[in-house]
Design a protein around this ligand. Structure first.
Ligand code: HEM
Length: 260
Protein backbone atom coordinates (compact mmCIF):
# COMPACT_ATOMS: atom_id res chain seq x y z
CA UNK A 1 0.00 0.00 0.00
CA UNK A 2 1.20 3.48 -0.75
CA UNK A 3 2.79 5.27 2.18
CA UNK A 4 0.80 8.27 0.99
CA UNK A 5 -2.35 6.73 2.41
CA UNK A 6 -0.90 6.37 5.88
CA UNK A 7 -0.29 8.75 8.79
CA UNK A 8 1.72 11.49 7.10
CA UNK A 9 2.84 13.16 10.29
CA UNK A 10 5.06 10.22 11.19
CA UNK A 11 6.74 10.24 7.80
CA UNK A 12 9.84 12.21 6.98
CA UNK A 13 10.85 13.70 3.68
CA UNK A 14 14.36 12.30 3.64
CA UNK A 15 14.77 13.33 -0.01
CA UNK A 16 15.42 16.76 1.52
CA UNK A 17 18.56 15.62 3.32
CA UNK A 18 20.26 14.35 0.16
CA UNK A 19 19.39 10.74 1.02
CA UNK A 20 18.23 10.44 -2.58
CA UNK A 21 21.89 10.64 -3.66
CA UNK A 22 23.08 7.65 -1.65
CA UNK A 23 24.09 4.57 -3.63
CA UNK A 24 23.56 1.34 -1.80
CA UNK A 25 21.25 -1.62 -1.95
CA UNK A 26 17.72 -0.63 -0.95
CA UNK A 27 18.42 3.16 -0.99
CA UNK A 28 15.81 5.70 -2.16
CA UNK A 29 17.49 5.88 -5.54
CA UNK A 30 16.59 2.21 -6.15
CA UNK A 31 12.87 2.81 -5.55
CA UNK A 32 10.40 2.66 -8.42
CA UNK A 33 9.32 6.19 -7.51
CA UNK A 34 12.85 7.45 -8.26
CA UNK A 35 13.37 5.77 -11.59
CA UNK A 36 12.94 8.86 -13.77
CA UNK A 37 15.31 10.99 -11.69
CA UNK A 38 18.47 12.00 -13.52
CA UNK A 39 21.33 14.51 -13.43
CA UNK A 40 23.16 12.84 -10.53
CA UNK A 41 26.48 13.21 -12.38
CA UNK A 42 26.09 17.01 -12.41
CA UNK A 43 25.71 17.03 -8.61
CA UNK A 44 28.86 14.89 -8.33
CA UNK A 45 30.77 17.32 -10.57
CA UNK A 46 29.68 20.36 -8.52
CA UNK A 47 30.57 18.59 -5.27
CA UNK A 48 34.03 17.66 -6.61
CA UNK A 49 34.72 21.30 -7.54
CA UNK A 50 33.55 22.59 -4.14
CA UNK A 51 35.56 19.95 -2.26
CA UNK A 52 38.73 21.16 -4.03
CA UNK A 53 38.19 24.72 -2.74
CA UNK A 54 36.37 24.23 0.60
CA UNK A 55 36.82 20.65 1.81
CA UNK A 56 34.09 19.21 4.06
CA UNK A 57 32.21 22.50 4.26
CA UNK A 58 29.21 22.39 1.90
CA UNK A 59 26.69 19.57 2.29
CA UNK A 60 25.26 17.68 -0.69
CA UNK A 61 21.88 18.74 0.64
CA UNK A 62 22.76 22.44 0.31
CA UNK A 63 24.09 21.76 -3.19
CA UNK A 64 20.78 20.12 -4.21
CA UNK A 65 18.81 23.06 -2.83
CA UNK A 66 20.98 25.60 -4.66
CA UNK A 67 20.83 23.64 -7.90
CA UNK A 68 17.01 23.61 -7.78
CA UNK A 69 17.01 27.40 -7.32
CA UNK A 70 19.62 28.08 -10.01
CA UNK A 71 17.91 25.79 -12.53
CA UNK A 72 14.69 27.71 -11.89
CA UNK A 73 16.47 31.03 -12.52
CA UNK A 74 18.04 29.70 -15.74
CA UNK A 75 14.58 28.74 -17.00
CA UNK A 76 13.36 32.31 -16.40
CA UNK A 77 12.00 31.80 -12.89
CA UNK A 78 12.60 33.66 -9.62
CA UNK A 79 15.66 33.88 -7.38
CA UNK A 80 15.26 33.23 -3.65
CA UNK A 81 17.56 33.18 -0.65
CA UNK A 82 18.38 29.68 0.53
CA UNK A 83 18.50 28.76 4.23
CA UNK A 84 21.93 27.07 3.94
CA UNK A 85 23.47 24.94 6.65
CA UNK A 86 21.61 21.66 6.35
CA UNK A 87 23.40 18.41 7.00
CA UNK A 88 23.37 15.28 4.87
CA UNK A 89 21.36 12.42 6.32
CA UNK A 90 22.81 8.98 6.91
CA UNK A 91 19.68 6.95 6.22
CA UNK A 92 18.13 6.17 2.82
CA UNK A 93 15.30 3.64 2.54
CA UNK A 94 13.65 2.81 -0.79
CA UNK A 95 10.14 2.47 0.67
CA UNK A 96 10.27 6.01 2.03
CA UNK A 97 10.60 7.39 -1.51
CA UNK A 98 7.00 6.21 -2.00
CA UNK A 99 5.85 9.14 0.14
CA UNK A 100 6.28 11.41 -2.90
CA UNK A 101 2.73 12.01 -4.20
CA UNK A 102 1.70 10.27 -7.40
CA UNK A 103 0.00 12.14 -10.24
CA UNK A 104 -3.33 10.44 -9.54
CA UNK A 105 -4.14 11.63 -6.01
CA UNK A 106 -7.25 13.61 -5.10
CA UNK A 107 -7.03 17.29 -4.16
CA UNK A 108 -8.04 16.39 -0.60
CA UNK A 109 -5.15 13.92 -0.34
CA UNK A 110 -2.74 16.51 -1.76
CA UNK A 111 -3.94 19.17 0.69
CA UNK A 112 -3.62 16.72 3.59
CA UNK A 113 -0.14 15.71 2.50
CA UNK A 114 1.04 19.31 2.16
CA UNK A 115 -0.54 20.25 5.50
CA UNK A 116 1.25 17.38 7.20
CA UNK A 117 4.49 19.07 6.11
CA UNK A 118 3.45 22.55 7.24
CA UNK A 119 2.52 23.70 3.74
CA UNK A 120 -0.86 25.27 2.96
CA UNK A 121 -3.22 25.28 -0.03
CA UNK A 122 -1.47 28.29 -1.57
CA UNK A 123 1.86 26.44 -1.35
CA UNK A 124 0.22 23.44 -3.05
CA UNK A 125 -1.10 25.44 -6.00
CA UNK A 126 2.02 27.58 -6.34
CA UNK A 127 4.52 24.72 -6.06
CA UNK A 128 2.50 22.62 -8.51
CA UNK A 129 3.37 25.44 -10.93
CA UNK A 130 6.86 23.85 -11.06
CA UNK A 131 5.21 21.60 -13.64
CA UNK A 132 5.68 24.51 -16.04
CA UNK A 133 9.00 22.82 -16.87
CA UNK A 134 10.16 19.24 -17.23
CA UNK A 135 8.55 16.04 -18.31
CA UNK A 136 6.70 12.99 -17.08
CA UNK A 137 6.89 9.38 -18.10
CA UNK A 138 3.82 8.23 -19.99
CA UNK A 139 3.27 5.73 -17.18
CA UNK A 140 2.15 8.70 -15.06
CA UNK A 141 -0.65 9.64 -17.48
CA UNK A 142 -1.75 6.44 -19.17
CA UNK A 143 -4.55 5.87 -16.64
CA UNK A 144 -6.21 9.00 -18.09
CA UNK A 145 -6.07 7.96 -21.75
CA UNK A 146 -8.23 4.84 -22.20
CA UNK A 147 -9.83 3.54 -19.04
CA UNK A 148 -10.15 6.31 -16.47
CA UNK A 149 -11.27 4.91 -13.13
CA UNK A 150 -12.63 1.73 -14.74
CA UNK A 151 -15.03 3.59 -17.09
CA UNK A 152 -13.36 2.18 -20.24
CA UNK A 153 -13.34 5.80 -21.39
CA UNK A 154 -10.69 8.53 -21.18
CA UNK A 155 -10.66 11.13 -18.42
CA UNK A 156 -13.60 13.38 -19.43
CA UNK A 157 -11.72 16.44 -18.21
CA UNK A 158 -9.10 16.06 -20.98
CA UNK A 159 -9.40 18.40 -23.95
CA UNK A 160 -10.19 16.08 -26.95
CA UNK A 161 -7.32 17.37 -29.12
CA UNK A 162 -4.89 17.09 -26.24
CA UNK A 163 -6.17 13.56 -25.58
CA UNK A 164 -5.41 12.59 -29.19
CA UNK A 165 -1.97 14.13 -28.93
CA UNK A 166 -1.24 12.22 -25.71
CA UNK A 167 -2.51 8.95 -27.16
CA UNK A 168 -0.13 9.36 -30.09
CA UNK A 169 2.77 10.43 -27.89
CA UNK A 170 2.27 7.82 -25.18
CA UNK A 171 2.22 4.47 -26.91
CA UNK A 172 4.64 3.08 -24.34
CA UNK A 173 4.81 3.65 -20.60
CA UNK A 174 8.53 4.44 -20.68
CA UNK A 175 8.19 7.32 -23.16
CA UNK A 176 8.21 10.92 -21.98
CA UNK A 177 5.88 13.84 -22.48
CA UNK A 178 6.26 17.49 -21.46
CA UNK A 179 4.37 18.60 -18.37
CA UNK A 180 3.70 21.94 -20.06
CA UNK A 181 3.15 21.15 -23.73
CA UNK A 182 3.21 24.84 -24.75
CA UNK A 183 6.40 26.26 -23.20
CA UNK A 184 8.15 23.22 -21.67
CA UNK A 185 11.52 24.86 -20.99
CA UNK A 186 10.32 28.22 -19.67
CA UNK A 187 9.36 28.98 -16.10
CA UNK A 188 6.14 30.92 -16.69
CA UNK A 189 2.41 30.88 -15.88
CA UNK A 190 1.55 28.72 -18.92
CA UNK A 191 0.91 25.75 -16.58
CA UNK A 192 -2.10 27.59 -15.12
CA UNK A 193 -3.38 28.54 -18.59
CA UNK A 194 -3.07 24.89 -19.62
CA UNK A 195 -5.25 23.64 -16.79
CA UNK A 196 -7.82 26.31 -17.64
CA UNK A 197 -7.98 24.76 -21.15
CA UNK A 198 -8.21 21.16 -19.82
CA UNK A 199 -4.64 20.57 -20.91
CA UNK A 200 -3.07 19.71 -17.59
CA UNK A 201 -0.91 16.62 -18.05
CA UNK A 202 -1.24 14.93 -14.66
CA UNK A 203 -4.68 14.43 -13.22
CA UNK A 204 -3.40 16.16 -10.05
CA UNK A 205 -2.61 19.21 -12.21
CA UNK A 206 -6.05 19.25 -13.85
CA UNK A 207 -7.91 18.61 -10.59
CA UNK A 208 -6.52 21.85 -9.15
CA UNK A 209 -8.82 23.63 -11.58
CA UNK A 210 -11.95 21.72 -10.61
CA UNK A 211 -11.80 22.05 -6.84
CA UNK A 212 -13.26 25.16 -5.20
CA UNK A 213 -10.36 25.31 -2.71
CA UNK A 214 -7.69 25.51 -5.40
CA UNK A 215 -9.36 26.84 -8.58
CA UNK A 216 -9.50 30.54 -7.54
CA UNK A 217 -5.81 30.44 -6.62
CA UNK A 218 -4.83 28.80 -9.93
CA UNK A 219 -6.99 31.26 -11.84
CA UNK A 220 -5.46 34.27 -10.05
CA UNK A 221 -1.91 33.03 -10.66
CA UNK A 222 -2.57 32.59 -14.38
CA UNK A 223 -2.96 36.37 -14.69
CA UNK A 224 -0.24 37.41 -12.24
CA UNK A 225 3.17 36.30 -13.40
CA UNK A 226 5.12 38.33 -10.83
CA UNK A 227 2.87 37.15 -7.99
CA UNK A 228 3.42 33.53 -9.08
CA UNK A 229 7.20 33.97 -9.25
CA UNK A 230 7.50 35.79 -5.91
CA UNK A 231 5.27 33.31 -4.12
CA UNK A 232 7.10 30.39 -5.72
CA UNK A 233 10.31 31.60 -4.05
CA UNK A 234 8.52 31.99 -0.70
CA UNK A 235 6.99 28.49 -0.94
CA UNK A 236 10.31 26.96 -2.01
CA UNK A 237 11.98 28.38 1.12
CA UNK A 238 9.20 26.78 3.18
CA UNK A 239 9.68 23.52 1.29
CA UNK A 240 13.44 23.52 1.84
CA UNK A 241 12.97 24.30 5.53
CA UNK A 242 11.16 21.02 6.20
CA UNK A 243 13.67 19.20 8.35
CA UNK A 244 13.84 15.72 9.69
CA UNK A 245 15.36 16.46 13.08
CA UNK A 246 16.85 13.01 13.56
CA UNK A 247 18.65 13.13 10.27
CA UNK A 248 19.95 16.64 11.03
CA UNK A 249 21.11 15.70 14.52
CA UNK A 250 22.95 12.63 13.28
CA UNK A 251 23.84 14.29 9.97
CA UNK A 252 27.20 14.92 8.37
CA UNK A 253 28.82 16.72 5.48
CA UNK A 254 29.57 14.02 2.97
CA UNK A 255 32.74 14.13 0.92
CA UNK A 256 31.22 11.94 -1.78
CA UNK A 257 27.49 12.60 -2.26
CA UNK A 258 26.89 8.93 -3.06
CA UNK A 259 28.42 7.52 0.10
CA UNK A 260 27.94 8.12 3.81
C1 HEM B 1 1.48 18.58 -5.79
C2 HEM B 1 2.00 17.40 -5.73
C3 HEM B 1 2.86 16.85 -6.84
C4 HEM B 1 2.58 15.77 -7.57
C5 HEM B 1 1.38 14.86 -7.44
C6 HEM B 1 3.66 15.63 -8.52
C7 HEM B 1 3.76 14.61 -9.44
C8 HEM B 1 4.73 14.54 -10.42
C9 HEM B 1 4.83 13.47 -11.37
C10 HEM B 1 3.93 12.23 -11.41
C11 HEM B 1 5.85 13.77 -12.21
C12 HEM B 1 6.31 12.94 -13.39
C13 HEM B 1 7.20 11.81 -12.89
C14 HEM B 1 7.48 10.84 -14.02
O1 HEM B 1 6.53 10.26 -14.57
O2 HEM B 1 8.66 10.68 -14.37
C15 HEM B 1 6.41 15.03 -11.78
C16 HEM B 1 7.45 15.67 -12.41
C17 HEM B 1 8.00 16.85 -11.95
N1 HEM B 1 7.67 17.52 -10.79
FE1 HEM B 1 6.09 17.12 -9.61
N2 HEM B 1 4.56 16.65 -8.35
C18 HEM B 1 4.11 17.42 -7.31
C19 HEM B 1 4.75 18.52 -6.78
C20 HEM B 1 5.91 19.06 -7.27
C21 HEM B 1 6.65 20.10 -6.63
C22 HEM B 1 6.28 20.71 -5.28
C23 HEM B 1 7.72 20.37 -7.42
C24 HEM B 1 8.82 21.38 -7.22
C25 HEM B 1 8.67 22.46 -6.51
C26 HEM B 1 7.63 19.51 -8.58
C27 HEM B 1 8.48 19.53 -9.65
C28 HEM B 1 8.47 18.62 -10.69
C29 HEM B 1 9.34 18.70 -11.85
C30 HEM B 1 10.36 19.80 -12.16
C31 HEM B 1 9.06 17.58 -12.64
C32 HEM B 1 9.71 17.21 -13.97
C33 HEM B 1 10.90 16.32 -13.71
C34 HEM B 1 11.58 15.89 -14.99
O3 HEM B 1 11.68 16.66 -15.94
O4 HEM B 1 12.05 14.74 -15.01
N3 HEM B 1 6.53 18.71 -8.45
N4 HEM B 1 5.71 15.46 -10.68
Amino acid sequence: MSVFANDYSSMTLKGCDASILLDHEGSEKTSNASKSLRGFEEIDDIKAEIEKKCPKTVSCDDILTAVARDATVLAGGPYWMIPYGRKDGRVSVANEAAIVPKGSKSVTKLIEFFQSKGLNVIDLVVLSGAHTIGRATCESVQHRLYDYKGTKKPDPSLDPKYLNYLRRKCRWAFENVYLDGETPDTFDTQYYHNIKKNMGLLSTDQLLYSDSRTKPIANGLSFESSLFKNQFGVSMVKLSSILDYTSQENGEIRVDCNLC
